[in-house]
Write a protein that binds this ligand. Structure first.
Ligand code: TEU
Length: 564
């Protein structure tokens, strides 16, 4: 029997840096989270996921870890961590950690040893390779492969000390760990067991589908495809869903999770296919409970990364429809609009104007939470927080935005305007502006100077105002969570997509035994007549008036329950 309590659960993601600052240094911390546990309990979420809180040079805001078994001093220490964990548990919430083991920080002791000499016992813990045949080491184009890093520039850094390159799929300060080496894997498993023994309830696994790389017989990595105008190639064929990925995840399961109950594991898997996800989440295969797929957040991304593509609802529905059908009989979906890498959902898929922000945020929440799968809420989503009005590149802090901007301007001949247009709409800092607790000068986030500017709209959009307003997005999310806890059809019902060719309405049913839920969301600012029978009890409606003659008002969301 598998223990799948998480099918009924809602997860809340905290980005500690931006959640709540208790000591006035402008940076969120663990004590700040402790101070808001009652808020999270009021919302009713079941699990908290903390983005990385380990010691880190903060090159990628903690996704570059220099010690896996401690707490970043900016955030607190192990004692406050234990207090936070106990406080969450006392309120009936579980807590999962971010596990970032595709790479470590270059300031991790393991890497310091690895880089020290070619015969150091930890040399092979990372991906060291000589320069390309016949090329002068350290010169442009001499990198072992032509891959670009996600944050701009090549994916290899030349290290003079030993005259070789190391692989970093992300920043130069995030060297990739070599999972081919069993010592690396055992060190990671031991660390994971240490956190579970401390009481944590599972892990969100950062880019876990990149840990296995395609290696030639002679140990070499191969070049990727270079598209026109690009400075570097996309090497992902060689590291997404690599040949030993399933083996590694099954080994991790045996070594870490087997025999422990009540845990949650979710793999972050950019580029994962439905077929791969079925293998990852089939309970019989003992890999992970669920994965984050990326198709719906890449829906508005075209072949040219610096061109904004409009959202086409039929595409979005086709994506979710495919994932719902693909994991219907086996495995399990995770559901999200937002996280710390994505722009704010209401600004992207909804309408963040004064007139429609609240309605469209509620509509988006309703459509997502009524799918089959485990919903994830990213901090501030429950308030309908919006994108930030970035003026120029100097307003951004994210290493990805800064790195990609430089590469696009310096190497690809782009103009600042075209790049900024995309960064404003899609940049990760949109999600990372401080949590808006109240209408005071720094939104109640800090008494000091926030590390990233607070959105000026915090005077209106904030937790205090939302808690006091029965019609707020916050109280709507509370209802959605409660519905999942009380209505079995939300958890286990079969999913059927309706109106797949409609560009304006998102409609589907969930059916369990004799109960059917009909869910309709209007993705436009116009009234739309639904070619559907709207009968049954109207159990959720985000607007004051019920639909008349099947007319769904702008950004309206309705849920009907009926017997079938
Ligand atoms: O993100 C993985 C990932 O695929 C990112 O490239 C993401 O899709 C992109 O930045 C969106 O613009 C994970 C973490 O969530 C991210 O914060 C880290 O920067 C990254 O891994 C490296 O650890």
């Amino acid at each position: 029997m598998t223990d799948s309590w998480w099918k009924k659960a809602v997860v809340y993601q905290i980005y500690p840096r931006s959640f709540a600052d208790s000591d006035g240094d402008g940076m969120g911390d663990l004590r700040g989270i402790v101070g808001h546990l009652d808020y999270l309990a009021e919302l009713g979420v079941d699990v908290l996921w903390l983005s990385p809180i380990y010691p880190s040079p903060q090159d990628d805001n903690g996704y570059d870890i220099s010690d896996y078994q401690n707490i970043e001093p900016l955030f607190g220490d192990l004692e406050v961590f234990d207090e936070l964990l106990a406080g969450a548990h006392a309120r009936g919430m579980k807590l999962i950690m971010d596990l970032v083991v595709n790479h470590s920080s270059d300031e991790h002791q393991w890497f310091a040893e690895s880089r020290s000499s070619k015969d150091n016992p930890k040399r092979d813990w990372y991906w060291w390779r000589p320069a390309r045949d016949g090329m002068e080491p350290g010169t442009p184009g001499a990198e072992p492969t032509n891959w670009g890093s996600v944050f701009g520039g090549p994916a290899w850094k030349y290290d003079e000390k030993t005259g070789e390159y190391y692989l970093h799929l992300f920043s130069t300060k995030q060297p990739d760990l070599n999972w081919e080496n069993p010592e690396v894997r055992q060190a990671v498993y031991a660390m994971m067991r240490w956190w579970l023994d401390r009481g944590v309830d599972g892990f969100r696994m950062d880019v876990i589908n990149m840990i296995s790389k395609v290696i030639g017989e002679d140990g070499s990595l191969r070049d990727g495809r270079l598209s026109a105008g690009a400075a570097y190639a996309d090497g992902s064929d060689s590291f997404i869903g690599g040949p030993r990925l399933h083996e590694f995840l099954q080994e991790m399961h045996r070594e870490v999770f087997a025999g422990r109950e009540g845990l949650l594991t979710v793999g972050e898997t950019p580029g994962v296919t439905v077929e791969q996800a079925r293998l990852h989440t089939d309970p019989e295969r003992h890999e992970v409970d669920m994965v984050f797929q990326f198709d719906h957040v890449w829906v508005d991304r075209g072949p040219d990364p610096w061109l904004l593509m409009p959202l086409q609802l039929t595409n979005l529905k086709a994506i979710f429809g495919r994932w719902q059908a693909g994991l219907a009989d086996l495995g399990w979906n995770s559901l999200y609009w937002n996280n710390h890498d994505q722009p704010r959902a209401v600004s992207r898929y909804g309408d963040d104007s004064k007139q429609y922000r609240v309605a469209s945020a509620k509509m988006l929440g309703t459509v997502l939470h009524l799918h089959r799968g485990t919903p994830y809420i990213y901090q501030g989503e429950e308030l309908g927080m919006t994108n930030y009005p970035f003026a120029g590149i100097e307003d951004f802090r994210d290493i990805e935005a800064l790195g990609q901007y430089r590469q696009a301007l310096d190497m690809e001949g782009r103009s600042p305007d075209e790049v900024l247009t995309v960064l404003r709409a899609r940049g990760r800092d949109n999600a990372r502006t401080p949590m808006q607790w109240d209408g005071s000068p720094h939104a109640g986030f800090t008494t000091g100077t926030p590390w990233l500017a607070v959105n000026p709209n915090h005077t209106e959009i904030n937790a205090a105002a939302a808690q006091a307003d029965a019609d707020s997005v916050f109280h709507w999310y509370r209802k959605l969570i409660e519905l999942r806890h009380t209505e079995p059809a939300v958890v286990d019902g079969d999913f059927t997509m309706l109106l797949p060719n409609d560009e304006r309405l998102y409609a589907f049913t969930r059916r369990l035994g004799g109960t059917e839920l009909l869910v309709i969301g209007n993705f436009t600012g116009e009234p739309v007549v639904a070619d559907l029978d709207l009968d049954g009890d109207l159990i959720l409606n985000n607007l004051p008036e019920a639909p008349v003659d099947a007319t769904i008002a702008p950004w309206q969301a309705v849920v009907y329950r009926r017997s079938v």
